[in-house]
Structures are given as C-alpha cells and as structure tokens.
Ligand binder design. Structure first.
Ligand SMILES: *Cc1c(COP(=O)(O)O)cnc(C)c1O
Length: 244
C-alpha cells in the first residue's frame, strides 16, 4: 500500500504542477488537503510523512478512531463533512483547526458558545451549494452575504474562506461554473470589508476536477480517491442528510 500511496501522491503533485504552470498560478498558493474518509490511520500517516500535513475528515467518529495513531505525526486537521451540533464538543477536543463546512446559523451559535466557554477561537470556511442540488449541504449563493454577515458577529469564529463541492459529474466542464461562482462570491464579499471576515481560501476541486479548480482559483484541493483508491461507500453516504 505504501508504494501505491507514494506513487499516487507523485502523480497528483505532477498534475498540480502542470496545472499551475498552464494557468499561471503560484504553486505555493495551492495546498493539497488529504480527504481521508474511510482511510486507515496507518495509510494516512504514510501520506502525512511524505510531506502532506493537511487532512480533512467527514465524520466525527472517524476522527476519534484515528486520533491516537495520528497524534504521533505532526499534522493539521480540517472538518469537511456535515456537522451536527451535538458533535461540536468532540470536534474541539480532537484538535480540528478549521471547519470547512459551516452552513447553518444555529451551528455557528452553538459553536460560539462552546468556544467562548473554552476561551478558544476557530477558523471556518462557509460551505456554499454552488450546484443547486437538493442533496448537497451548503448555503445558497444568494444567501452567502447575509449569512456571512451574521456569522461574522461571533468573535470566536474567524471566517477564512469558502468551500464547495462542485456538481457531481464526469464532465469536468460542467463543474466549472460551480467553481467560478465560488470565486465570484469571494470577490463580492471581499469588497464589503466585513470585520472579522478574510476570505483568503477557496477550498474546491477533488480527484477528477483539480485542474479546473486550479484554473478557477482554488487554494485548497481536497483529494481522496486519487491518492488512497476507491472507497466502498458511495459519496452520497457522506453528503446526504439521511445518512448522518
Ligand atoms: C470525499 C470528499 C472529497 C474527496 O473526493 P475524491 O473524489 O475522493 O477526491 C472532497 N471533499 C469532500 C467534502 C469529500 O467528502
């Protein structure tokens, strides 16, 4: 398994380098996040030790299961799944440094209460539903501004970026408008100069569409399958409300 993961990482690195060259992006502004759902802690460790210290998990349960083994290697952990309010405590206890999937005001409010009690702050990205699919979580694009203004009032929550899962399609060209929409929202919000909001990061692009994401301005690519292989669960298991 180790050889496969390392060789896959090489291929991804090449794809990122080629896309950055082609689309005039500074490679230092494009980070790779390992999307590690269903991947064992030992296999994640291999990738972290190969020089990729940023991981993203979808389920609190998996964060807990892998916590001890992963604690033996320095890394940073983002949460990229659907977060239920009753799991906030676990997120904070297990060193999640950024929640990329903030998409509800009640979640922000509870998060603030927990953080305030612990005198902590956390980074968040706002998840936007750019594909207009019912099955996906996220704020509707037209609600992004009022939502961000509302979340920005919580002093413990630092809004650092936007995240989206593009349209689920084998045709990457159909995903492009989703990524363009995220960039458009970023530009718009930035012109508003809202205190406590600094949208530096655009988390978009996965195994199939990372080149398009780089072309459209991604700063964080979330890659799973192309590094760790196919998962046995369909992604809908992680992305739909019914399965949480
Ligand atoms: C699984 C997942 C990814 C990675 O998808 P791959 O196609 O395996 O690269 C990215 N983002 C989120 C939110 C995911 O759940």
């Amino acid at each position: 398994m180790k050889e496969i993961i390392l060789s896959n990482l090489n291929i991804i690195e090449q794809r990122i380098a080629n896309a950055c060259r082609e689309y005039n992006r500074d490679p230092s502004e494009v980070k790779l996040l390992l999307a590690t759902k269903t991947v064992s802690a030992d296999n994640i460790k291999i990738a972290i030790e190969a020089g990729y210290p940023l991981i993203g998990e979808n389920k609190v349960q998996e964060i807990k299961q892998k916590y001890e083994i992963l604690n033996t290697v320095p890394h940073r952990k983002h949460f990229i799944g659907h977060l239920q309010t009753n799991k906030i405590k676990d997120i904070l206890k297990h060193d999640v440094t950024c929640i990329e999937s903030l998409d509800r005001l009640d979640l922000a409010e509870k998060l603030h209460q927990h953080l305030d009690r612990r005198q902590m702050k956390i980074d968040v990205f706002i998840q936007i539903n750019t594909s207009n699919e019912e099955s996906k979580f996220g704020i509707k694009p037209e609600e992004a501004e009022p939502f961000i203004r509302a979340v920005a009032k919580f002093p413990t929550i630092q809004i650092k970026g936007l995240m989206t899962i593009g349209l689920f399609s084998a045709e990457t060209e159909k995903v492009r408008p989703c990524f363009q929409m995220l960039k458009t929202i970023q530009k718009h919000i930035t012109t508003l100069n809202i205190p406590n909001v600094e949208l530096k990061e655009l988390s978009m692009g996965m195994s199939n569409d990372l080149e398009v994401a780089i072309e459209e301005g991604a700063t964080i690519l979330r890659i799973g399958t192309a590094i760790f292989g196919q998962r046995i669960y369909p992604d809908s298991y992680y992305w739909n409300e019914n399965n949480n």
